[in-house]
Design a protein around this ligand. Structure first.
Ligand code: TRP
Length: 337
């Protein structure tokens, strides 16, 4: 990878706060990738109406919250481009062309669509959920991104993105960079505190998920009630001791060390002592994070200006890619002037 490499990733403005697993598993990586990569980060509000559109005011608020939390987490508008998907019409404009070269069967094989539509049934699902991965491909291809930092669950969408880029390039000539998924192996995988067989997630019950906006008492309570096991032995063993190992992993990630070192440091101590220390380490991060987020949200005009500047910078890449694509397809360019 050279310093010229470009990364792009997206996050949905769902929920009222980022959760700890999302921060440790993804966002922390985004922050470190600002150095060494040309980084583009997109709040994907268009994607967030594919399941069930929230109240308009709530969607606007959540978009600002995600942006503020990303900045509070360490994204620096001077070192990365942070923008809102709906501010750049090129996303949906490119998406249409990509939809027209995506096979129906190909889209129908996306497992996330199957999972997400399982609840309400395919027949009651909006078509937007079906074309979701194609819009995601447009997000990535518009910026000629080399790497896309995402979780394991996005691997199939990245494969589709690569296939579409290659297909278009083969037919019309070199147009899109074929991106690679960047599935961070060092990123911590944080599990649900109440059910350590599942990933920590916004879509799971509150008691197992730590939100970075939770107050210190709530964070401490959730960690103290985390499911562990009965043998009382502080040992990092994700196979047989998933709950306890998850706590060691959280503490390691929060304090910049490894689970093995945390384990060694707690030799001879009880689960209660470990849990208290884990709670302290999470609160030590979450408290300043929450107050920085609050400060940013208290000045929505300034936040909106940061996002507008991001969208303007995004245009410098998205505009030419879209124009090139439309020209290659054969859409008549409007006369200038
Ligand atoms: N589908 C991604 C997720 O659920 C979000 C996303 C949308 C995204 N567009 C993207 C991720 C482009 C990376 C690049 O996590």
């Amino acid at each position: 990878m050279t310093s010229q490499s470009r990364v792009l990733s997206g996050i949905q403005p769902t929920g009222d706060s980022m959760q700890l697993g999302n921060y440790l598993g993804a966002v922390r990586n985004w922050v470190s990738m600002q150095d060494g990569y040309e980084a583009y980060y997109c709040v994907v509000d268009l994607h967030s109406i594919t399941i069930e559109a929230p109240e308009p005011a709530l969607l606007r608020q959540r978009t600002r919250i995600v942006a503020a939390q990303l900045l509070a987490a360490g994204l620096d508008p001077e070192r990365c481009t942070l923008f809102v998907q709906s501010h750049r019409p090129e996303h949906t404009q490119l998406s249409w062309v990509l939809e027209c070269i995506t096979g129906f069967g190909e889209a129908n094989r996306m497992t996330q669509f199957k999972d997400k539509s399982a609840k309400s049934g395919v027949d009651r699902q909006g078509v937007g959920l079906f074309t979701y991965p194609i819009l995601q491909a447009a997000d990535i291809l518009l910026y000629q991104a080399n790497y896309v930092p995402v979780g394991e669950d996005q691997r199939q969408h990245l494969e589709l993105t690569r296939d579409l880029a290659q297909r278009f390039n083969a037919k019309y000539g070199q147009t899109f960079t074929v991106p690679d998924a960047f599935i961070g192996t060092s990123a911590a995988k944080i599990l649900d505190l109440q059910d350590p067989s599942a990933k920590m997630s916004k879509s799971r019950p509150d008691a197992g998920t730590i939100y970075l906006a939770d107050d210190p008492a709530a964070i401490t309570r959730k960690i103290k009630r985390a499911v562990t096991d009965a043998d009382g032995d502080i040992r990092y063993d994700p196979e047989t001791k998933p709950g306890l190992s998850n706590l060691l992993a959280i503490h390691a990630a929060m304090t910049g060390t490894t689970p093995a070192k945390v384990e060694a440091g707690f030799a001879g101590q009880g689960y209660g002592q470990l849990k208290a220390a884990v709670a302290d380490s999470v609160v030590a991060f979450a408290q300043p994070f929450a107050s920085r987020t609050r400060e940013l949200l208290e000045d929505p005009a300034e936040l909106d200006r940061i996002l507008a500047r991001g969208a303007e910078r995004a245009r410098a890449l998205a505009g030419p890619t879209l124009a090139d694509t439309y020209d290659k397809v054969g859409f008549l360019a409007p006369a200038v002037g």
